[in-house]
Design a protein around this ligand. Structure first.
Ligand code: COA
Length: 333
C-alpha cells in the first residue's frame, strides 16, 4: 500500500516582535498576568509593508523545499490552511501558487478549520497521496491574526494570545508510513465560543454596506476563554488516545508530542496527563503566541532544526480550536 511521508518542513515568522511590555502600554494588562495565564512572553505581528499570509507561506515553503531538496515545480497540489486569508475571497492557496510561479499549473485548495486546520490539511493531503492522485503536495498553515484582534483593553483576553506566522511541509509517497493515521473531529454547538462574526454573509444587505458600519467590534476575535480551556483539555487527551489506540501504540511510544500552541498551561496539562518529560513535548508559544493553523508546522520545523526529531521517532500532532474542531496525527519519521 502507498503511504505518505514528510519530505521537508519549513517556517517563517515576521520580524516585528511584540513584547508583553509593549502590550501593557496600549491596554490594561501586564507581563505577569500574560506569562502566568498563557506562558507567552512575546509574539510576532505582521509588518504591513512586507508581510502577507501568502508571502509568509511562500517563505516557509522555500525552506521546506530546500530541506527536501526539491523545486517549486515539483509541487503538484497545494492544501492551504488559514482562517485569515489575505482576501475575503479567493483563498490564499491561489495567491501562494502565484508567489511560487505555479499559476495555472496545479490546483490549490483552502481549508478553514482554525487551530486544527493544519492537521485537517495534512489529512486531506495524505488521502490524495494514498490514492495516487498527487505525488508532491505542499501543506501549509499560515495566519495573520494580529489585524483581527481588538488591541484595546476590551479585547485583552485575545489580544495578548494570538500571533502571526507560517509553516509548510512537503508530503511525498513512501512504501512505509510516514503518516500512520489522522483523526478529525468537530462540534458546531460551540461555534460562537471562539469566532469572528464579520464579514459574515448572513446579514441584512444594509448591515453589509461599509458606509453603514459604525460598530466594527464584530470584525474582531471574540473568545470565551474559560469554555475553550475546559473543552480543549478534554478533547486534546481524547484525540491523542484515539490515535494511539488506532495504531495499537501507547503513550510510552511517543518520542515527541507537538501540540497546537494554544496556551502553555494546556500543553503542560497534557504533558502531565501523558506522563511525558519536558523533552518529549515541544513548545514555542513563549516566543510566538498562538499562531492558529501555523502553530504546529512552525513548532515541527523548529523541533526538527533543533535535532529533536530523529529517524523512526514517533511524532504525535494534536490540535483544538474554533468550531470547535480538534484533530491528531501520528507520524513515524
Ligand atoms: N490582562 C490582564 N487581565 C486580563 C487579561 C489580560 N490580558 N485578560 C483578561 N483579564 C482579566 C479579566 O477581565 C478578568 O478580570 P475580572 O476578574 O476583574 O473580571 C480576569 O482577568 C480573569 O479572567 P478570566 O477570563 O476568567 O481568566 P482566565 O484565568 O480564564 O484566563 C485565558 C484567560 C484567556 C488566558 C484562559 O481562559 C485561556 O487560556 N483560555 C484558553 C484560550 C485558548 O487556548 N485559546 C486558543 C484556543 S485555540
Amino acid at each position: 500500500m502507498r503511504h505518505s511521508k514528510i519530505a521537508g518542513i519549513g517556517h517563517h515568522v515576521p520580524d516585528n516582535i511584540i513584547t508583553n511590555e509593549y502590550l501593557s502600554t496600549i491596554m490594561d494588562t501586564n507581563n505577569e498576568w500574560i506569562v502566568e495565564r498563557t506562558g507567552i512572553h512575546e509574539r510576532r505581528w505582521m509588518n504591513p509593508e512586507t508581510d502577507t499570509v501568502a508571502n509568509m507561506a511562500a517563505k516557509a515553503t522555500r525552506m521546506a523545499l530546500e530541506r527536501a531538496k526539491l523545486q517549486a515545480t515539483d509541487i503538484d497540489f497545494i492544501v492551504f490552511a488559514t482562517i485569515t486569508p489575505d482576501y475575503f475571497f479567493p483563498g490564499s492557496g491561489v495567491l501562494l501558487q502565484r508567489e511560487l510561479g505555479l499559476d495555472g499549473k496545479i490546483a490549490a485548495l483552502d481549508i478553514r478549520n482554525a487551530c486544527s486546520g493544519f492537521i485537517y490539511a495534512l489529512s486531506v493531503a495524505d488521502q490524495f497521496i494514498k490514492t495516487g492522485m498527487y505525488k508532491t503536495i505542499l501543506v501549509v498553515g499560515a495566519e495573520i491574526q494580529s489585524t483581527a484582534l481588538d488591541i484595546t483593553t476590551r479585547g485583552r483576553n485575545t489580544a495578548v494570545i494570538f500571533g502571526d506566522g507560517a509553516g509548510a511541509v512537503v508530503l511525498q509517497p513512501s512504501d512505509k508510513p510516514g503518516i500512520l493515521s489522522t483523526h478529525l473531529h468537530s462540534d458546531g454547538t460551540f461555534a460562537e465560543e471562539l469566532y469572528v462574526k464579520d464579514p459574515g454573509s448572513s446579514r441584512p444587505h444594509k448591515e453589509r454596506q461599509p458606509e453603514q458600519i459604525t460598530d466594527t467590534s464584530t470584525f474582531k476575535v471574540v473568545m470565551n476563554g474559560n469554555q475553550v480551556f475546559k473543552h480543549a483539555v478534554v478533547r486534546f487527551m481524547e484525540v491523542i488516545q484515539e490515535a494511539l489506540d488506532a495504531n495499537k501504540l501507547t503513550k510510552e511510544d511517543i518520542n515527541l508530542l507537538v501540540p497546537h500552541q494554544a496556551n502553555l498551561r494546556i500543553s503542560q496539562y497534557i504533558q502531565e496527563k501523558l506522563a511525558l518529560t519536558g523533552d518529549q513535548v515541544y513548545n514555542n508559544i513563549m516566543r510566538y503566541g498562538n499562531t492558529t493553523a501555523a502553530s504546529i508546522p512552525i513548532a515541527l520545523s523548529e523541533a526538527w532544526a533543533e535535532g529533536k526529531i530523529k529517524e523512526n521517532d514517533l511524532i504525535c500532532l494534536a490540535a483544538f480550536g474554533s468550531g470547535f474542531t480538534w484533530a491528531s496525527a501520528l507520524i513515524r519519521w
